[in-house]
Design a protein around this ligand. Structure first.
Ligand code: NAP
Length: 365
């Protein structure tokens, strides 16, 4: 590795967020000055990435803590995008960055992926809230978010390592992400191109077969952002770190919320219901509340259903905008993306001849 190049280590490069970021990195105008290393756990995906992108692919998983530490020790910047909640993996990465700092005296950067799940309340779709968190005021999050909140244990570990001076800790916190991953990585068919919450709503609505579902009355509010704008946000932070490392907010001040609009869950459910009717998947577009048993059955935990589809999580992404992030996609794009997302998850229609054959079998059986 050339000493003048920036060593970048990425986890989760074959995922929805990480794949989108990875493709941005290889297309970056400065890519010739990057030494890019990706940890990939699936041999099949590792082979595809190795053969198609200028990157050093290391096979391994988050459970390979020594590997994470070694790869991080060699990195100027680590982008941790595999798992927001894997504390052991995050600690292994931070140990590597600590070693690098101790050996070189230079402070490396960790860009860690969290999520606005840490802002949620227990509304269960029954109310919206006026509580809005501003990332330029870290005390709002410190005072309003319990240490036990989702993702928070890992975020606090990153903030602690930053405070100890081992690294520069930046925490990107996306809200509901919408849109499908695009580009050669996703076209390969090997990589997940779908987000979490809206696809979840669609999939469990289809599985229960009673039309579009909603948690409670769907009154609660989340922010949203398009996957391409999420990918851009990592590049904005990376560029800021490479250009002006000493001025960028980090540690307790380094939480970067993302958002470019808000939705209520009932509006999303109504749009899903409309798409169901248009695609012949339901007779009525009217959302029908999920029962607790349905959430339990299809998600495995009603608590996760309430959290993902029935809570409030409202914030304002002030810090990343100050650094030049300009999201392109809006609330209108979120709603325009719902029908294609439903299409992607709808059961494939059998060919006409096969449908007729099935009908005959039903009639004459
Ligand atoms: N999507 C959202 O709306 C959203 C919003 C906020 C936060 N987040 C959080 O961001 C993180 C990434 O989300 P995503 O939507 O990009 O997920 P994803 O599509 O499932 O991608 C996860 C990536 O990380 C890799 N990975 C996961 N666990 C691993 C392990 N133990 N060892 C090695 N690699 C591992 C996966 O490898 P494989 O390719 O082998 O599966 C994949 O490349 C998650 O923790 C998620 O909770 C997501």
């Amino acid at each position: 590795m050339s000493a003048s190049k920036t060593n970048i280590f990425i986890t989760g490069a074959t995922g929805y967020i990480g794949g989108s970021v990875f493709q941005r990195l290889v297309q970056h105008p400065n890519a010739a000055n990057f030494n890019l290393t990706a940890l990939v756990r699936s041999p099949e995906k590792a082979k595809f990435v190795r053969e198609n992108f200028p990157v050093n692919v290391v096979e391994g998983s988050n459970a390979d803590l020594d590997k994470l530490t070694d790869l991080s020790e060699r990195a100027d910047v680590v982008l941790n995008i595999a798992d927001s909640d894997d504390l052991a993996a995050a600690n292994a990465i931070m140990q590597g960055l600590k070693r690098r700092h101790e050996k070189t005296g230079v402070k490396p950067t960790l860009i860690h992926t969290s999520g606005t799940g840490f802002l949620v309340d227990d509304a269960r779709g029954m109310f919206s809230t006026d509580k809005i968190y501003h990332d330029s005021k870290p005390e709002e999050i410190e005072n309003g978010v319990p240490d036990s909140a989702l993702h928070r244990n890992v975020d606090l570990a990153v903030i602690d390592a930053d405070r100890k001076g081992w690294l520069r800790g930046l925490i990107i916190s996306p809200p509901t992400i919408f849109g499908m991953g695009s580009g050669p990585l996703f076209d390969s068919g090997l990589v997940n191109k779908h987000s979490l919450q809206i696809p979840l709503l669609i999939k469990i609505s289809l599985a229960r077969g009673r039309g579009a579902g909603v948690v409670g009355e769907g009154k609660s509010i989340w922010n949203h952002v398009h996957i391409d704008d999420v990918a851009d946000s990592y590049i904005v932070l990376l560029d800021a770190v490479l250009k002006n490392p000493d001025t960028i907010p980090h540690g307790r001040e380094g939480i970067y919320l993302l958002e470019n609009g808000e939705h209520t869950w009932i509006d999303v459910s109504k749009a899903v219901g409309k798409a169901f009717v248009q695609l012949g998947l339901a007779k009525s577009a009217k959302p029908v509340p999920f029962t607790e048993a349905e959430l339990q059955k299809y998600i495995g935990s009603s608590f996760m259903g309430y959290l993902a589809l029935g809570s409030n999580a409202r914030g304002r992404a002030e810090q990343i905008r100050t650094l030049g992030w300009k999201p392109k996609y809006t609330t209108a794009d979120l709603f325009a993306n719902i029908k294609p997302e439903v299409q992607a998850h709808a059961p494939a229609k059998k060919p006409f001849v096969q449908r007729v054959a099935v009908k005959f079998q039903q009639i004459f059986h």
